[in-house]
Design a protein around this ligand. Sequence first.
Ligand code: ADP
Length: 481
Amino acid sequence: MTKLDLLRSANFINGEWVPAASGASFEVTNPATGEIIGTAPNGGAADARRAIDAASAAFPAWRAKTAAERANLLRRLHDLILAHQDELALLLTREQGKPLAEAKGEVGMSAAYILWFAEEARRVYGDIIPSPWPDRRLLVTKQPVGVVGAITPWNFPSSMLARKIGPALAAGCTIVAKPAAQTPYSALAYGVLAEAAGIPKGVLNIVTGDAKQIGGELTSSSKVAKISFTGSTAVGKLLLRQGAETVKKMSMELGGNAPFLIFDDADLERAVSGAVAAKFRNAGQTCVCTNRFYVQAGIYDSFLEEFDAAVAALRVGNGSEEGTQIGPLIDSSALAKVEDLVGDAREHGGRIVRGGERHTAGENFYAPTIIAEASTRMRLAREEIFGPVAPIFRFDTEDEAIAAANNTEYGLACYFYTQDLARAFRVSEALDYGIVGVNDGLVTTEVAPFGGFKESGVGREGSRYGIEDYLEIKYVSLGGL
Ligand code: ADP
């Protein structure tokens, strides 16, 4: 197979590669080195409208295809992603910073989401309801909601979009995607892949540029039926408010404040490796990354010692260098926020066991950090850290740990380690979270529902539930039979 040219600096609208209507563009930099990778169009309201019009025009023909036809096109997209996994991973590492091994894993997940929903396309079943009348039959069918606006973040620029493109296209929806400005290329690459897969023009459109203007158009246009957003809770709330005027359907994957509980009866070795995975993946920049470790008093010191040894061994550096496990933070403001939170923790009695400062690998790097004797007075007990910083709280009883874990407005992912089966059930039922890892620190998979309770979001992505967010239920009463 000839390889595709994946790095594009134009928007993808109605099957064409176009500059912003204004002609403006912005620079994209590699967070590990500061190198300018290239530019992307600085699109605005006019570009968003054009893309919405294209998606709206493409919708009738796309929804009219059979599920098998849509599934076959998505399978081709899946195959093309895998055929270009190495190139896509390199692009992802350059614009996002994560270690190449993680980038490859993410691209693999993107392919997995597309394949999963290619398969689910053929399983959008309806119902026949037993009729209370002898001369009527009651049918329930499902149909695509329409044009979807998808807004995605920079931390998983490939897979977060795959898990919106997959279910949207499978259901028969068309889509206008707006990636984060820090990482436009992984998103624009889907345009190249979709073209090569033979997905009809206008079905997938990608617009980079001014978030407020593009978000404003997507939420206010009567041609857009639904918004699927992954990002901060603050922007999610704004979009919910903006979309209320036209009663948009909303899927929201927002922030988290994941607790990680280690009980005295935990398998220590397993807990330590789970803790490293759940904290330091993507340099701590995921919404399911552990924000707070709670360790029971009897195991606190031994956990701290083993965890510290494991963290000491982590290799920090440019993600494109072989063996790197921790890359840079996305930009200088992310770094400043982490520095702020660690400074605040220090002032409130936190004991820096490791790190607590910038890393010498480059301007955006922060050293993997462990803070013992964490307390609720610290801001990092409440705020999302989004960096490689692990605060360790101490607890005595199970009830105390559950109450502390639930003491947040967020409810995305949580983790706990125990070898007691009764406790495993008891605690997982008591935790107010959409995702619970019991003796498991890496929980994301395309086959399971991903989503949060409380202010962490609305709806689920992945799994057989994920496509439901893109479907309307229609009830048909057939009378006079
Ligand atoms: P983060 O803190 O991860 O950058 P954001 O919520 O700011 O989280 O960003 C997630 C996505 O939301 C990005 O694509 C960003 O451009 C977009 N975004 C930010 N502000 C707005 C807005 N006012 N309207 C629509 N999208 C926005």
